[in-house]
Every structure is written in structure tokens, then in C-alpha cells.
Design a protein around this ligand. Structure first.
Ligand SMILES: [Zn+2]
Length: 298
């Protein structure tokens, strides 16, 4: 059965059985016909009792889950489906603790589940940003020593963001906000022919301008936030969403995990008007490679 947009009630009605879940995953994975994951051959026999295919060519027996993030899962697929819906619907993200309570699994299972779904949300092939692009950097996590806005942050991590007006966001953890690092991030994310780049007046942004790209900045130090259409409000809205999300309570996560949280945030933001986000996330899950628990905790 087709899965397009779905709410929690529809999800629970349609996908309460393992069979219904497997069926839709097979459809999403092999929309152009079932192929052997090992030899790519299309000739096969199907065993509908065990939900497995037998490849005529190489003899491999495989299910719709073979080699995917679902591979070897002991969790019912209906729980996976609910977990995916919760994650794509939660604007501020969902903690492993909340997932644990909502779908009734152990903390460890919930944590691993969230991470595997998050890993599938990584959007590797994103196009370069164009048009008008706002760039900014912020700190995530860390605790203030002694309090007060001017005090140094301990364990803080720097995050860069670039947002195309009316378009997508790109986020990345950065080692520092030197000119070299920031320019590198912008070069990786923003098209050479972008119309304009807007930033604050941080020294590291100097020199972004070229023959067909304007660079303009607002002077936050002098309380200038908007000048005509020059402002960085869009990227600052991303930061505020970000800080109200579970990332806001990030303390000791490794940079590796923070990257994954950023991918999750960006996936939701970039699909904010996509009514088929649940389906598209399932497609990513059946296309992404399995993520080992040992890989996550190393
Ligand atoms: Zn085969």
C-alpha cells in the first residue's frame, strides 16, 4: 500500500503488522522491481511466509531489510515506524529518554534507534546554496563559568550555518572561527555565483565578495540588525530553534554525535514543506547502510 503523508493514527492502523511494514519497505527500496543486494540480478523467487527472496543468479536469500539500517533488528518494525514519525514530526528533536517512554523500550534501545534514524537523515548530496545566503556561527553546549554573558564557555563547540533565503540550511561543526575555516565552510556550501552573502561584521567574513557575489554585513556591535534586506535573521532563527532543541542541552557529546544532530536538524528544516517527509525518511532508512552499535559508541 502506498505511503505518502501520514499521521500517527493512520500509521498505527496501517502499519501495525510486521507484514505491512515489510511490504512498504520493499516497495520503497525497490520501486523499480526487486533486485538482489549482492549481485543486482532481478531474477528471484519469493517466499511469502518468511518474507524472503531467493536470488536465481547467486543463490543469496534476502529480505527487504538486508544490508540496511534495519538489518538484524529485534525491534518490531511498527515501533521503528512510530519512532521515525516522532523524529520527523518533533521540531525540537526527541531525546532518547522520551523515545524510551513513548514506544516502550529500554534506554539503550531507544538511544541506538534514535542514532540509526538520525544517521539516515544525513543529506550528502545537497546542492550548493545560491541566491541570497545568510551565514553565521554560534556556540553549542558548554557551561558558563561563574555566569554572565561575557564569561568563557567550557566545553563549547562551534557550529557554522549557512541558509539560503527561502531555501535550505547547511550546518557544520567547526574547530574555530578563523577566516580560513569560515571561508572554507562557505566555499563548500555556497555557490560561486550566489547573488549575495550576508553576515555580521566579524573580521573572518571579510573578503567574501567577488565579481558576481555581493557581501554585506550588519553591525550587531552597534545595534544594527537590519538594513534594507540585509540581515541574518533567518540563520539566527535556526540558532534559536537549535538552542530550544535537545541540542541545547548538549554537554559531553562528541563532535561526531553533534554532527549527526546537526544533520537531523537540517533534514527537518530542509523538508519543512515536504508533506511526504515520513515516506522520504523511510526511503533513506532502507537505502542507508547499517550502522553498527560498536561504531556509534567508539
Ligand atoms: Zn544475487
Amino acid at each position: 500500500m502506498p505511503v505518502k503523508s501520514v499521521n500517527l493514527m493512520q500509521l498505527m492502523e496501517r502499519f501495525h503488522s510486521e507484514e505491512a511494514c515489510r511490504e512498504v519497505l520493499a516497495e520503497l527500496r525497490w520501486s523499480e522491481g526487486v533486485k538482489c543486494p549482492r549481485c543486482q540480478d532481478e531474477g528471484h523467487a519469493y517466499d511469502s511466509e518468511r518474507y524472503v527472496w531467493d536470488c536465481y543468479s547467486c543463490g543469496y536469500q534476502f529480505s527487504a531489510l538486508a544490508g540496511t539500517i534495519f538489518h538484524d533488528t529485534k525491534l518490531p518494525l511498527s515501533k521503528w515506524f512510530v519512532a521515525v514519525l516522532l523524529m520527523v514530526e518533533a521540531k525540537k528533536g526527541i531525546s532518547a529518554n522520551q523515545m524510551k517512554r513513548t514506544i516502550g523500550v529500554s534506554y539503550k534501545t531507544a538511544w541506538y534507534l534514535c542514532h540509526r534514524i538520525r544517521a539516515a537523515m544525513k543529506d550528502g548530496r545537497g546542492a550548493l546554496l545560491s541566491g541570497i545566503v545568510e551565514v553565521d556561527e554560534t556556540y553549542v553546549g558548554g557551561k558558563r563559568r561563574g555566569g554572565g554573558a561575557g564569561k568563557a564557555l567550557k566545553n563549547k563547540t562551534m557550529v557554522f550555518g549557512a541558509v539560503q533565503r527561502g531555501g535550505n540550511v547547511r550546518l557544520r561543526v567547526g574547530p574555530n572561527n578563523s577566516r580560513k575555516v569560515l571561508h572554507g565552510f562557505i566555499k563548500d556550501m555556497v555557490h560561486d555565483d550566489a547573488e549575495a552573502i550576508y553576515s555580521d561584521q566579524h573580521q573572518s567574513y571579510v573578503g567574501l565578495k567577488d565579481y558576481n557575489t555581493r557581501h554585506e554585513s550588519v553591525n550587531h556591535a552597534e545595534e544594527e540588525w537590519v538594513r534594507g534586506d540585509v540581515h541574518t535573521n533567518t540563520v539566527e532563527n535556526v540558532w534559536s530553534l537549535f538552542k530550544r532543541s535537545i541540542i541545547g542541552s548538549y554537554h559531553q557529546l562528541s563532535a561526531k554525535h553533534l554532527d549527526a544532530y546537526l544533520d537531523e536538524m537540517a533534514w527537518r528544516f530542509n523538508n519543512r514543506e515536504n508533506p511526504f517527509l515520513f515516506r522520504d525518511t523511510l526511503i533513506k532508512l532502507v537505502s542507508a547502510e547499517a550502522l553498527e552499535y560498536k561504531e556509534l559508541i567508539s
